[in-house]
Design a binder for this molecule. Structure first.
Ligand code: ADP
Length: 729
């Protein structure tokens, strides 16, 4: 990358090192293989594609923090300053169709903020008399927002910094009077009996994002929208789908001897790469732990990932689920990339066990002798996402398209898990019962394939928010030292999450938000929009969290079919706090929605209920409640839709049945009127589905309901076992 190719405009002196780091890195031969032209031409928005990343000058901070990491004194005043770095790329490929310069803006926060910050920006904390008279209702002296940090665990350090930047009040030991925000390190239940305020975890999120449940949720969406959900590798659930897995692989190999796929096996509750292994043959599956069958997901291994410096890497993206209803999703504009520490080779029998080559987990690679802790964000084994995008952009990669695909992946994945979350939520905090509202930061792990297509690896309900790492100072002597790249990214994410959840912050009206959005198929611009700030936030950097939903409602709302099924399910649950439907409630649903007739008697309804519920309870590891869970209800609903609207594709069958049920119940559709207009019309016939992952011959096992036939019992006899199981395990 020569100087005339890349023009670096540095607005603040302190950030020079960042730019130099990025510039110093040459593009190696391996990287040149990136299929720059393979991504479809992006529709060019009138604005120059750019990323704006809010952060801060960590080098400064750590100079101070290094002195005293526990007791944070005046040194911390440096923390929430602001600086900005604009990097403009020139060159043939870097000029968009409209002739705009392609610009990568990276905004940091190096400027020092002092106590009198409001004067600095010409924004006064104290409203003038005039302003008050104008009806500008700023609190006289706003009570600081209170945050209970007593259960924050490993996110405590980043949380403390964030609270200090916001001038909020921390309660490290909890307090008797309610707090505005409760920050939990693990789950919704870390503090019991919270009846007000906000908690940074949703009930049921841990369960929903376990590997098996996430795979099931995505699979349900793949049945309805196979094209839209092709970003998740084909997966089989063990032990129940072991047989299908073996049979399918055998058939694929018999059909084409040159096909030799690799699979990655991940224990269901695992994290940090624990228990993961690669196989090339189903006979290599380790199915038992002692006398118990192992719950795991076996997944198609992405053999050709994008490499940088010859190394495999993945992206950790932070996503804020701000609200379930209405659905509000924000994506952090800055993330992390985690690098392997051994040069990548496509899997072979010889290298299958080389974890430093195949697994990008920080927790594994940090133990490799090759791991590089770098003080720069653009080098080392953990780098900022912006520095990686910068390098790709410098090579002519259409990063606008990559980013747009990543946003779509995040929204679609969230849409897949929201239905079940709504069931958990209403069970935990039924309408009318006092309780907190919830929000949650999620960690999306994304791999870029060589052709730049993003693939979802997993979603973490508890992404690490640690901003320090362990270092061996002397043989056998370990100490926690600050990690600049972690702090840069994670403090921004926590601080801006808090800002968005500020109870004093006026909520953007839902109707306003709904009005926004692009048409389906339009590309999502990378440009950050001006975010509204509360008057006392003037001194803080602009939000590093970008709203993507409901902003892009028009593009994605049509995917929310299962959520509408969940709304029906919840409506018929009856007893408060229930998560399962009893046989009477199921009958009531059928009757109220007028789904039985002479061809489908109430006796058949009962058989349907018993069969589906029995099969699902058979796959439940620790069923606490009897009855029909949401997944089983979805299966029943798909079956009923197939019976009623035979000739249509599944998604249209389901959309038609939903409209019929909602009309009977006079349910206002979630997502407003727009939803109706997009629910069916955008359906893509299943026949034109395209496969983007390798080995199109392999397909995940499809549930029985696809073949919904006249008689459910007969149908069950033909295919003795459902592939679907219960969420609670
Ligand atoms: P864990 O929760 O244990 O970290 P992950 O699903 O994140 O499990 O997988 C661990 C690592 O394995 C990932 O960071 C990635 O490097 C690699 N990996 C996971 N799934 C795949 C896949 N389907 N193809 C290629 N690599 C994968």
């Amino acid at each position: 990358m020569s100087e005339h190719y890349v023009k670096v405009k540095i607005h603040v002196e302190q950030m020079k090192s960042f730019g130099e780091d990025a510039e110093k890195q040459g593009v190696d031969a391996e990287e040149e293989q990136v299929a720059v032209s393979s991504s479809p031409p992006a529709s060019v928005s009138p604005d120059p594609p750019s990323i704006t990343i809010a952060g801060r000058d960590v080098s400064n901070t750590f100079k101070h923090r290094g002195k005293s990491r526990i007791k944070m004194g005046k040194d911390d005043k440096n923390i929430c300053g602001k600086h900005s770095l604009d990097v403009s790329l020139h060159g043939g490929r870097n000029v968009n169709k409209l002739g705009h310069e392609r610009t990568l803006h990276i905004k940091g926060t190096g400027k020092i903020l002092q106590g009198k910050n409001n004067e600095n920006n010409g924004v006064s904390m104290r409203p003038s008399k005039n302003i008050q008279e104008d009806g500008f209702k700023l609190a006289r002296k706003r009570r600081p927002v209170t945050v209970d940090t007593s259960k924050a665990k490993t996110s405590l350090e980043a949380l403390k910094l964030s609270i200090r930047q916001l001038k909020w009040k921390e309660f490290p030991l909890g307090r008797r009077a309610p707090c505005d925000i409760y920050w939990h390190g693990v789950s919704f239940h870390d503090n019991e009996n919270i009846v007000s305020g906000q908690v940074n975890k949703f009930p049921g999120m841990i369960e929903m994002l376990r590997k098996i449940n996430l795979s099931r949720a995505v699979r349900t969406m793949q049945e309805l929208f196979p094209e839209e959900y092709d970003f998740y590798p084909r997966s089989w659930i063990l032990p129940e789908e072991c047989q299908q897995f073996s049979t399918q692989i055998r058939m694929v190999k018999e059909n084409d001897a040159s096909v030799n796929p690799t699979f990655i096996v991940k224990p269901d509750g695992g994290s940090q790469g624990d228990g993961i292994y690669l196989i090339r043959d189903p006979s290599d599956l380790k199915l038992m732990v002692g006398s118990q069958a192992k719950q795991a997901v076996v997944q198609e291994y992405i053999q050709r990932p994008l490499l940088i410096d010859k190394l495999k890497f993945d992206i950790r993206l932070y996503v804020l689920l701000k609200s379930l209803e209405p659905l509000e999703i924000y994506i952090a504009k800055e993330g992390l990339t985690r690098f392997c520490t051994e040069p990548y080779q496509e899997p072979s029998q010889k290298n299958l066990s080389h974890v430093f080559m195949h697994l990008t987990n920080y927790s594994l690679n940090v133990h490799s002798g090759n791991f590089v802790h770098s003080s720069s964000q653009s080098t080392g084994s953990k780098r900022s996402l912006s520095s990686v995008l910068y390098r790709l952009a410098a090579k002519g990669v259409d990063i606008k398209k990559v980013w747009s695909d990543i946003i779509a992946l995040v929204i679609k994945t969230t849409i897949a898990v929201v239905p079940e979350l709504r069931v958990y939520y209403q069970a935990e905090i039924p309408p009318g019962k006092p309780g907190p509202t919830c929000f949650q930061i999620l960690g999306f792990d994304i791999l870029l394939m060589k052709n730049l297509k993003p693939v979802l690896l997993e979603v973490n309900s508890n992404p690490s928010m640690r901003i320090e790492h362990e270092q061996e100072m002397a043989p056998g002597v370990f100490e926690y030292v600050p990690s600049p790249v972690d702090e840069e990214v994670k403090v921004g994410v926590i601080r801006d999450t808090l800002r968005l959840m500020d109870p004093g912050h006026k909520r953007t009206s839902i109707s306003n938000l709904r009005a926004g959005g692009l048409d389906h198929g339009e590309e999502i611009p990378m440009e950050a929009e001006p975010q509204d700030r509360s008057p006392d936030e003037g001194a803080l950097p602009s939000l590093c969290l970008k709203q993507v939903y409901p902003k892009y409602t028009k593009q994605f709302n049509y995917l929310r079919l299962v959520e509408r099924i969940a709304a029906l399910f919840i409506r018929f649950l009856g007893v408060k706090g229930n998560m399962r439907l009893g046989p009477t409630a199921f009958r009531t649903f059928i009757r109220t929605c007028k789904l039985s007739n002479s061809n489908f008697s109430m006796a058949s309804v009962d058989i349907l209920y018993i069969d589906i519920t029995r099969r699902w309870s058979g796959t439940m590891a620790d069923s606490r409640e009897a009855g029909m869970g949401l997944q089983a209800f979805v299966e029943a609903f798909f079956y009923l839709a197939g019976r009623r609207f035979k000739s249509q594709p599944l998604r249209e069958q389901v959309a038609s049945l939903l409209e019929l049920c909602e009309a009977q119940l006079e349910t206002p559709p979630p997502g407003g009127e727009e939803r109706r207009s997009v629910s069916c019309s955008r359906a893509v016939p299943r026949s034109i589905r395209t496969q983007t992952l390798p080995h199109p011959q392999l397909s995940s096992p499809g549930p029985l309901r696809r073949a919904a036939s006249q008689d459910y019992r007969l149908h069950q006899r033909l295919k003795p076992r459902s592939l679907r199981a219960n969420l609670e395990n």
